[in-house]
Design a protein around this ligand. Structure first.
Ligand code: NI
Length: 175
């Protein structure tokens, strides 16, 4: 297992539509293991492959609590049903460090995906898991959580994030 550097805005890989996985190999499984390790290390509750510079449709998520890990590794995940009722949750993104905003999305979704053995799985998601899986699948389509905000709010968050990234790049002692 190995940590992979996380790609930050405004890298264009975050805006690309990722390609479906056509064959699940040991390399795919290794990638998912490394992504999980990278997500836990960050720490975060979800990570999509474009965020580690790999434009393929795979994500990892763990919205469980520390004491009860609940790791999902999804290949070619797809939302097949969305609830009409919506909910608002505070979201952040490892590719847009230190910025959060309230995002409104369908409150629950059904997701179809392949597991690491290539078996088709269905998962009903609600609450935090529903928000997380929608956020991660968005990444596979080049969409970021800030795209769900007003233009004003989005521009403000991007400006703040880029300013902070510039400062951390130039000031010694702030990795
Ligand atoms: Ni994200």
């Amino acid at each position: 297992m190995a940590l992979i550097p996380i790609i930050l805005i405004p890298d264009p890989v975050l805006r690309k539509v990722a390609a479906p996985v056509t064959e699940i190999t040991d390399g795919t499984r290794q990638l998912l293991d490394d992504m999980a390790e990278t997500m836990y290390d960050a720490p975060g509750i979800g990570l999509a492959a474009p965020q580690v510079n790999i434009s393929e449709r795979v994500i990892v998520m763990d919205c469980g609590r520390d004491e009860a890990p609940d790791l999902y590794k999804m290949i070619n995940p797809e939302i097949v049903a969305r609830s009409d009722d919506r909910s608002v949750l505070e979201e952040g993104c490892l590719s847009i460090p230190h910025q959060t905003a309230e995002v409104e999305r369908p409150a629950s979704v059904d997701v179809r995906y392949l597991d690491t053995d290539g078996r088709e799985q269905m998962l009903q998601c609600e609450g935090l898991l529903a928000a997380c899986v929608q956020h991660e699948i968005d990444h596979l389509d080049g969409v970021l959580f800030i795209d769900h905000l007003s233009r004003l709010k989005r521009d403000m968050i991007v400006r703040k994030a880029l300013k902070e990234l510039r400062q951390s790049a130039t000031s010694p002692g702030r990795g």
